[in-house]
Design a protein around this ligand. Structure first.
Ligand SMILES: CC(=O)N[C@H](C=O)[C@@H](O)[C@H](O)[C@H](O)COP(=O)(O)O
Length: 227
C-alpha cells in the first residue's frame, strides 16, 4: 500500500470528518497558539484530519497533533483571483512545515502556475493533492490531471453572490463521475454534512461552523432580528 493510500485509509477509517481551523484574518482568534488549541480540541473530539492555513499556524498545530493535516497557503495576488496555494514554493514550504496533504485552487481561472504543475509537485513530495474546485468542469479536469481528491471548496466563491446553502448537487455529480469528493463550503449543520456523505462524499470539511466565532454570532444575530 502506498503512503497516499495509507493516509486515505486513515482518514476514512476515522469517519471522514475534517475540521478547518482558519480564524478570520485579524480576528482576536488569529494567533498560531489559538489555532493550535482549536486543532487539538477538534482532534480530541474525533476529527479525522485538519485543514490549516499558513506556515506559522501549521507548525504550531503540527507540534500538538498527530492526525493528518491538509496544508494551504492563501495569497492575495494583484494579477490573479487565485488565492489558495498558487505557487510551487508554497507546496515545498508546507511539506517542510509538516503538512501531510496539500490543497490548491483547482479552478480554470488566470493563474501564475498551472494546476498540472501543482499536482506534480505535490506528488513529487509523496503527498495527496486536493483540488479546490468551483464546478464540475474544474473537478473533472483536475481528476484527469491526477488530483487525488476533488473538493467543492470554491463553489459559490468565483462570482459575486455566494449562496447560503452548500453545493450538494456538485457533490453528487462529481461522485457519480468517479471522483473522491471532499464536500466543503457552507456545511454549517451536522445534517448537511451527513447528507453530503449519503450523496457519495468521501469526507466533509467544516470550518466556519466550528472555528469562526464571528460567523456563528452573526448567524444568531440575524436569526434573532425582530421581523
Ligand atoms: C472560499 C474559501 O476561501 N474557503 C476557505 C478555504 O480554505 C476557507 O475560508 C473556508 O473556511 C473553508 O473552505 C471551510 O468552509 P466553511 O468555512 O464554509 O465551512
Amino acid at each position: 500500500m502506498s503512503l497516499i493510500e495509507k493516509l486515505e485509509q486513515r482518514i476514512q477509517q476515522s469517519g471522514g470528518f475534517i475540521v478547518s481551523c482558519q480564524p478570520i484574518p485579524g480576528s482576536p482568534m488569529d494567533h498560531p497558539e489559538i489555532v493550535a488549541a482549536m486543532a487539538l480540541a477538534a482532534a480530541q473530539s474525533g476529527a479525522a484530519a485538519l485543514r490549516i492555513e499558513g506556515l506559522a499556524n501549521l507548525r504550531a498545530v503540527r507540534e500538538k497533533v498527530k492526525i493528518p493535516i491538509i496544508g494551504i497557503i492563501k495569497h492575495d495576488l494583484e494579477d490573479s483571483p487565485v488565492r489558495i496555494t498558487p505557487f510551487l514554493e508554497d507546496i515545498d514550504a508546507l511539506k517542510e512545515a509538516g503538512a501531510d496533504l496539500i490543497a490548491f485552487d483547482g479552478t480554470q481561472r488566470e493563474r501564475p502556475v498551472s494546476t498540472e504543475m501543482l499536482i506534480n509537485r505535490i506528488h513529487h513530495h509523496g503527498m495527496p493533492a486536493i483540488a479546490d474546485c468551483s464546478n464540475a468542469e474544474d473537478g473533472m479536469l483536475c481528476h484527469q490531471l491526477g488530483a487525488d481528491f476533488i473538493a467543492t471548496t470554491l463553489s459559490g466563491y468565483t462570482s459575486i453572490h455566494t449562496p447560503v446553502e452548500p453545493d450538494l448537487a456538485l457533490v453528487t455529480t462529481l461522485s457519480q463521475q468517479g471522483c473522491k469528493v471532499i464536500a466543503e463550503g457552507r456545511y454549517n449543520t451536522p445534517a448537511q454534512a451527513a447528507q453530503a456523505m449519503r450523496l457519495g462524499a468521501w469526507a466533509v470539511t467544516v470550518g466556519s461552523a466550528i472555528t469562526r466565532i464571528e460567523n456563528i454570532c452573526q448567524w444568531y444575530r440575524e436569526a434573532m432580528k425582530p421581523a
